[in-house]
Design a protein around this ligand. Structure first.
Ligand code: ATP
Ligand code: MG
Ligand code: MG
Length: 350
């Protein structure tokens, strides 16, 4: 059988490897960390740095296709791999989503709405942006931010200097604060032949910058649901995308504002594991392997809740709950803010 290479060995890589194994594939994880959660479930594991050309070469030669579970893979490493083995989703999708500025320009170019934004390289840029965008707003690093890290909120213009200092010289974007009524996301998939399938949008609640719950169905009208799905399809087609993509949206009275996109399986898509015949992980593997996309229609109402840090103390109780599916990532050390697992609480559709 074919072997799928996965860059990144976190929980997303782990769940991708499980899905791949279920379809009869072998998996090979590449991850610089010492004991990655995906390591225990994959057929092969390479723990080397992204600057180790020999390790990257051997990895690429051992697999038939390469995919990834996170977007911040160094360009040089991707060059080494792509000389040997195809990467799905493609490099353009990665390049676009690695940088918030490039991503927002791309989305705007598609005619989609994003929050007002400005490129911030220095204090003069921020001064200028304070007159156009002003406060409240959020200064975000262009690259490497996740779970709300690398962000600083400006309640008033007085916060500008401090926020800029928080960026520690890294290029940033200033974003106008969006007064959303809700946050939703669309988990969308596209196959090499251009077939597109979207999961039902989920409604997301964040706590301390980290996703807390995703609920399906989201409180959206039929028209909004259609809008969300068409918007996601537009992004997939524009990128000639292959695989699963997460699209985070703010719901406002004026319509959807795109917050960000993630070129991979997404935390807000974990509900699909217990709400659909084919979940986001299998869908991604199907797409990158060139299989037909699976049936992702929703057959249950689901609340997904992340288990973060000390939430792990609740596992013995959660394990007794009916209608609750536990998904634990096998991470040895519990740390505050660390994603340790999630539960899917499942109900028949209302
Ligand atoms: P992720 O883990 O989803 O990649 P991230 O670090 O990239 O997170 P964002 O998605 O940009 O961060 O922001 C995290 C959360 O902060 C959003 O889901 C939203 O709740 C809030 N937020 C971000 N930008 C804005 C904005 N412009 N206006 C209002 N709220 C915002
Ligand atoms: Mg993000
Ligand atoms: Mg986000």
């Amino acid at each position: 059988g074919a072997t799928i290479g996965i860059l990144g060995g976190g929980q997303l890589g782990r769940m991708l490897a499980v899905a791949a194994a279920r379809l009869g594939f072998r998996t090979h994880i590449f991850e610089p960390g010492a004991t990655p959660p995906a390591g225990d479930v994959a057929h092969a594991l390479t723990t080397a740095g992204y600057d180790d050309v020999d390790a990257l070469t051997a990895f690429a030669k051992s697999v038939d296709i390469v995919t990834f579970e996170f977007e911040n893979i160094p360009t040089d490493a991707l060059d080494v791999i792509e000389n040997i083995t195809p990467i799905r989703p493609n490099r353009e999708a990665l390049r676009t989503s690695q940088d918030r500025l490039v991503e927002k320009q791309f989305l705007e170019g598609l005619g989609l709405t994003v929050a007002p934004f400005a490129d911030i390289a220095n204090a003069a840029d921020l001064d200028a942006a304070m007159t156009t965008i002003g406060a409240p707003s959020i200064l975000k690093t262009r690259r490497f931010g996740y779970d709300g890290k690398g962000q600083s909120r400006l309640r008033s213009a007085d916060d500008a200097a401090g926020a800029l200092a928080d960026m520690a010289g890294n290029p940033a974007v200033l974003e106008g604060f969006v007064n959303f009524t809700a946050e939703v996301s669309v988990i969308a998939a596209r196959s090499p032949s251009g077939e597109v399938a979207c999961f039902d949008p989920g409604e997301n609640v964040h706590r301390d910058g980290i996703l807390h719950t995703t609920t399906v169905p989201a409180r959206l009208s039929a028209a909004q649901r259609m809008d969300a799905v068409l918007l996601a399809a537009k992004i997939l087609n524009a990128l000639d995308y292959v695989g699963v993509l997460g699209v985070e949206l703010f719901v406002t009275r004026q319509g959807f504002i795109v917050n960000e996109i993630a070129p991979r399986v997404h935390n807000s898509g974990h509900w699909t594991q217990n709400g659909c015949a084919v979940d986001q992980f299998e869908q991604h593997i199907r797409a990158v392997a060139g299989w037909p996309l699976g049936d992702g229609s929703r057959y249950a109402d689901v609340v997904m809740e992340n288990l973060i840090g000390d939430d792990m103390d609740r596992v013995p109780e959660l394990a007794k709950q009916r209608d609750t599916a536990l998904h634990l990532y096998g991470k040895a050390d519990v740390k505050p803010g660390r994603k340790m697992g999630h539960v899917n609480i499942v109900k028949r559709p209302s």
